[in-house]
Design a protein around this ligand. Structure first.
Ligand code: ADP
Length: 259
């Protein structure tokens, strides 16, 4: 990023994570990418732009921490391993309070999370976008410089139609697409190790090829992981790392980060 605001903020690369619909694991994957990059020695932050359903603080168990406000601006909270996080959930009194705001206010808040938060020097800022291809994700995407978009999907026909819609939206905005991650792609039987296609056989290879974007990888359904995320322990989770490492290798390769 070479524009004015990135020079001011000291953020080297911003990766935005989007999905055509909610519940496909966009926030979880944003968290995983951040954890993996952090393990590799990069300075990482997460901007929780999924402002009406902000779940990033919960995944990292930092929901009770409060951002520090000084004359310089608002300081993000830090996770156990030093990942910086800013989320609306950290600013409201109760995690359970619904955010009943209209689009422009939502988008403006996310914009401020980029410009008014003291991120310091970051190698990577991950942005968890609101789901869908509506007005809010659109404005959010246009609110700050994005170096690469990651699109998360799950293996259902309808979702694939939505993936195409998301890709078309990103292409129209002229933003670089890093690729698609298929989450909840299969389930490995804990007994016989057979791979079960819970949502039917995946055709994500053909879908991504057909629309000219890369498939960054496929991730399994992992019941243990879901439980740990609910407990705010995403950072300590290791089992899914094999697939995640390959995905982050590909992202790093495309963005060419230096440690
Ligand atoms: P989104 O951000 O797309 O709405 P979340 O990341 O909040 O989705 O995930 C929705 C739910 O699915 C969460 O409870 C999360 O723990 C669970 N989940 C996400 N990915 C997986 C996975 N690969 N295996 C099992 N559960 C998952």
């Amino acid at each position: 990023m070479t524009n004015e605001s990135s020079e001011k903020t000291g953020i080297k690369k911003a990766i935005a994570v989007m999905s055509g619909k909610g519940g496909v694991g966009k926030s979880t994957i944003t968290g995983w990418i951040a954890v993996e990059l952090n393990k590799r020695g990069f300075k990482v932050g997460i901007l929780d732009g999924d402002i009406t359903g902000p779940s990033i603080p919960k995944l990292f168990g930092v929901g009770a921490k409060k951002p520090y406000q000084s004359e310089e601006g608002l300081f993000p909270v830090e996770t156990a391993t030093g990942i910086k996080i800013m989320s609306l959930n950290l600013l409201i009194d109760s995690e359970d309070s619904p955010v009943i705001w209209r689009g422009p206010l939502l988008a403006n808040t996310v914009k401020q999370f980029y410009t008014d938060v003291v991120w310091g020097d970051l190698d990577y800022l991950l942005v968890d976008l609101p789901p869908g291809t509506g007005d809010v994700p659109l404005t959010v995407m246009q609110s700050f410089p994005v170096d690469g978009m990651v699109i998360v999907s799950s293996p259902q026909d309808l979702v694939h139609m939505i993936v195409k819609k998301s890709v078309n939206m990103v292409k129209k905005l002229d933003l670089p697409i890093l690729g698609v991650i298929e989450n909840m792609s299969y389930l490995e039987c804990p007994g016989c190790k057979k791979l079960i296609n819970v949502f039917g056989a995946s055709d994500i290879e053909e879908v991504t090829k057909g629309i000219g974007v890369d498939l960054l990888g496929k991730l399994p359904i992992d019941p243990e992981m879901a439980e740990l995320c609910d407990e705010g322990r995403l950072e300590v989770y290791g089992a899914i790392n094999g697939s995640m490492k390959d995905i982050v290798d590909r992202i790093e390769g495309k963005l060419g980060g230096e440690r």
